[in-house]
Design a protein around this ligand. Structure first.
Ligand SMILES: NC(=O)c1ccc[n+]([C@@H]2O[C@H](COP(=O)([O-])OP(=O)(O)OC[C@H]3O[C@@H](n4cnc5c(N)ncnc54)[C@H](OP(=O)(O)O)[C@@H]3O)[C@@H](O)[C@H]2O)c1
Length: 348
């Protein structure tokens, strides 16, 4: 572990310097990592592990488009690609990467194959934390570990191919073999993480549910929409409203913030922008902090988990979600976005 100072607070984290890939390969030597589910995280983690020299197989239900996607990615049926139950049987580390609702449905099958000494791996603390709702209670004689990449499986793979990595959290819920921690870190390095920071299953799920409902997705769409509408209601064209709300943010400012931080961004814009941004960050903070507090409470009270289980376990959950997503897609702002993206020089 390396001691790093994060803005005055010291934390111990794992980097590839103290835990190089060679050490991860050594820890996982003799293991068969079965990646169960080939949705979004499945492909990223499975392909990165394979390219990092770890023995990986994929478990996926047959007869679905996802199976074909796994075949197209080079997994060979009967050799490295199996039906879920067969993969559970063959794997010594079971990476439970089905959707959170799918995990509830498959749990009885997975549990049956969790023989002593195996490891059960999650990328989200959801199933274990909300065990009363999910029924996921692992047997005591297996390791239960977590590695949660902080980003989409698509970026995990893309960054790995570019020689970069997403940071991940890791956690140990149960250490039956005495080797759970080493295994979790080795898998974290194997899936292509940047640095790894330690958490527990409860903290992982509460921060993750807050983040995606907050500044990563929910809040950002709310903010974009509010500003876009105000501009449109005041006679600005869709092109002007979209460029001033989204395109400038994603094309120019966010990459600079990623590189240098928001403090740098404030210090390196026009003095007119500086004056205005310094004046208006306060009112936006005041307006949104109570909403974030309300959101966090809804997460820790279990309301968000219950809602997601209830809606995503219905047989027609996809159709219902798709109807809501279609509304978003058809909104003027995102239709304007489509037009703006088409006009980007690289698309012309
Ligand atoms: N999305 C991300 O990038 C991300 C980031 C960090 C952590 N995570 C965590 O990683 C885990 C996997 O997330 P994900 O987004 O990759 O999931 P996902 O794309 O929603 O997972 C879909 C996978 O689950 C399978 N599945 C769903 N219901 C099933 C059922 N009833 N029986 C059998 N298979 C079923 C799907 O098979 P079919 O296609 O055949 O339905 C597919 O393989 C979750 O715990 C999530 O919280 C995800």
């Amino acid at each position: 572990m390396a001691k790093i100072n994060f803005g005055g607070v010291e934390e111990e984290v794992v980097t590839r310097e103290e835990f190089p890939l060679s050490k991860a390969q050594e820890v996982l030597n003799g293991e068969t990592v079965a990646v169960l589910g080939y949705g979004v995280q499945g492909p990223g983690q499975a392909l990165n592990l394979k390219d990092n020299g770890i023995n990986v197989i994929v478990g996926q239900r047959k007869g679905s488009k996802t199976w074909d996607k796994a075949v197209a990615d080079g997994w060979v049926p009967g050799e490295t690609l199996f039906e879920l139950e067969e993969a559970c049987e063959k794997g010594t580390v079971l990476q439970f990467l089905l959707s959170d609702a799918g995990q509830i449905a498959l749990w009885p099958t997975v549990k049956k194959h969790l023989t002593p000494g195996k490891a059960l791996y999650f990328s989200h603390g959801f199933g274990v934390t909300y065990k009363e709702k999910t029924g996921i209670v692992p047997p005591e004689d297996v390791d239960v570990i977590l590695v949660a990449p902080k980003g989409s499986g698509t970026s995990l793979r893309r960054l790995f191919v570019e020689g970069k990595g997403l940071n991940s959290s890791f956690a140990i819920h149960q250490d039956a073999t005495g080797n759970a921690r080493q295994k979790a870190i080795a898998l974290g390095i194997g899936v292509g993480s940047g640095y790894l920071f330690e958490t527990d299953f409860y903290k992982e799920v509460s921060s993750d549910l807050t983040g995606e409902r907050g500044t990563l997705m929910g809040a950002i769409q709310g903010l974009f929409r509010a500003q876009y509408e105000v501009l449109r209601e005041n006679g600005h064209s869709p092109s002007e409203a979209f460029n001033e709300t989204v395109e400038e943010a994603t094309q120019s400012l966010y990459p600079l913030i990623a590189e240098n931080g928001m403090d740098w961004m404030y210090a390196n814009c026009s003095t007119t922008a500086q004056r205005g941004a310094l004046d208006w960050m306060g009112p936006f903070y005041e307006a949104t902090k109570p909403v974030f507090a309300q959101l966090y409470k809804s997460v820790i009270d279990g309301v968000e988990a219950q809602k997601s289980i209830d809606s995503n376990s219905q047989p027609d959950y996809r159709e219902k979600l798709e109807a809501e997503l279609k509304e978003l897609e058809e909104s003027e702002m995102w239709q304007a976005g489509k037009a703006v993206r088409k006009l980007r020089p690289e698309n012309n």
